[in-house]
Ligand binder design. Structure first.
Ligand SMILES: *Cc1c(COP(=O)(O)O)cnc(C)c1O
Length: 385
């Protein structure tokens, strides 16, 4: 693969050299815990024990690094394991984190309850409001955690402006790129220091594996080394089969994201024209407050959207329970469409906090099924409102 290969070529070839012993086009799944040494310390290709390194994981980490335009990728057992490894590496008791006010509920819970117990403080702000972020940064702030589009209200934050602010104040800017995926948004090119992922979602893409990743921008090699040490020393690594499934999913990311985006736009437009729907939160709609910024900073608007039901919490529950193709489940980003009531499901853990989601919201993860079947399913749920 040439260094200047484009995105879809990198997705298929980065880290994926054929097996030199057999010529197998697909690198094997190295389902092994340990490696024979040629005499004490005589390691073949540097592998010693699979918590420290495994060739299948290396293949995925190279692929992730190449896709996000970073210098190094690290793969973990879950998105939250990746976030935890990063935050525990860079934070010490007394340090402070600025975090978006509608980030993934589990990220908020990790910062508030797990790290909070170890003396980490945080402020929750609307990261689409640059002045609010500027005001929230303290001398002890080490990390600015940004999620755009956000979850579930699809707020768009200006990555380039936030990263510039972070640099000016000596704060690391991390972008959780799970919703857009690197096919639609490249935070490192926009100035972010680190990209975080739940690879469980669009990267894996088939709802069959849980995983997470971090990718580091050029200039952050030393930080990557320190987080790599935490990955090894704390051990929340991805296993070889999980790494393989994720790599396999990533190869079709580009085509999947095109279809996810096209289907989601059609559904957003249909929902926007119905009286029972008070608001549609989809950055691809001109009515979305972040539409122009999203059009500048993303190359597509993605497959996630949320709606606010005019009939409140009860109507939201009824809608979420009456679709058929859209299956009622947590998670997102798979080829199949899912529906979720954040207040009672994905965001139940942030109820009663500053990150609480209104009960009237329903979130849709629009899959890549035939759009007419998806629209018929939405029409059926609307008819039952
Ligand atoms: C799911 C998710 C996470 C957490 O990832 P897990 O793989 O479930 O640990 C983090 N951020 C976002 C945006 C997510 O959707």
């Amino acid at each position: 693969m040439h260094d200047d290969a484009r995105f879809d070529t990198r997705a298929i070839h980065a880290g994926q050299a054929f097996d030199p012993t057999t010529g197998a086009v697909i690198p094997p799944i190295y389902q092994t815990s340990t490696y024979v040494q040629d005499g004490i310390g005589g390691l073949r290709s540097g592998y010693e024990y699979s918590r420290g390194g495994n060739p299948t994981r290396t293949a995925l980490e190279s692929q992730l690094g190449a896709l996000e335009g970073g210098v190094r990728g690290l793969s973990f057992a879950s998105g939250l394991a990746a976030e935890d490894a990063f935050l525990r590496t860079v934070l010490a008791p007394g340090d402070h984190v600025v975090i978006g006010d509608d980030v993934y509920g589990g990220t908020h819970r990790l910062v508030r309850r797990v790290l909070g117990a170890w003396g980490i403080r945080h402020s929750t702000v609307d990261t689409s409001d640059l002045d609010a972020v500027r005001a929230a940064i303290e001398p002890a702030t080490r990390v600015l955690w940004v999620e755009t589009p956000s979850n579930p209200l699809m707020k768009i934050s200006d990555v380039a402006a936030l990263a510039a602010l972070g640099r000016e104040r000596g704060v690391l800017t991390v972008v959780d790129n799970t919703f857009a995926s690197p096919a639609l948004q490249q935070p490192i090119a926009l100035g972010a220091d680190v990209v975080a992922h739940s690879t469980t979602k669009y990267l894996g893409g088939h709802s069959d594996v849980v995983g997470g990743a971090l990718v580091f921008a050029a200039g952050q090699e030393e930080l990557a080394e320190r987080v790599g040490f935490t990955q090894f020393a704390a051990g929340a690594v991805s296993g070889p089969f999980d790494a393989f499934l994720t790599t396999r999913g990533i190869k079709t990311l580009g085509v999947r994201m095109e279809r996810h985006s096209r289907n989601a736009l059609a559904i957003a437009q249909r929902l926007e024209s119905h009286d029972g729907i008070a608001r549609v939160f989809y950055p691809g709609l001109p009515s979305h407050p972040g539409h122009e910024l999203a059009a500048r900073q993303m190359s597509g608007f993605g497959g996630m959207l949320s709606i606010e039901l005019a009939g409140g919490g009860e109507a939201a529950r009824r809608f979420a329970e009456s679709t058929e193709l859209f299956q009622l489940a947590e998670s997102l980003g798979g080829v199949e469409s899912l529906v979720n009531h954040p207040w009672s499901m994905t965001h139940a853990s942030v109820r009663g906090t500053e990150a609480e989601v209104p009960e009237s919201i329903v979130r849709l993860s629009v899959g890549i099924e035939d759009v007419d079947d998806l629209l018929a399913d939405i029409d059926g749920a609307l008819a039952r409102l």
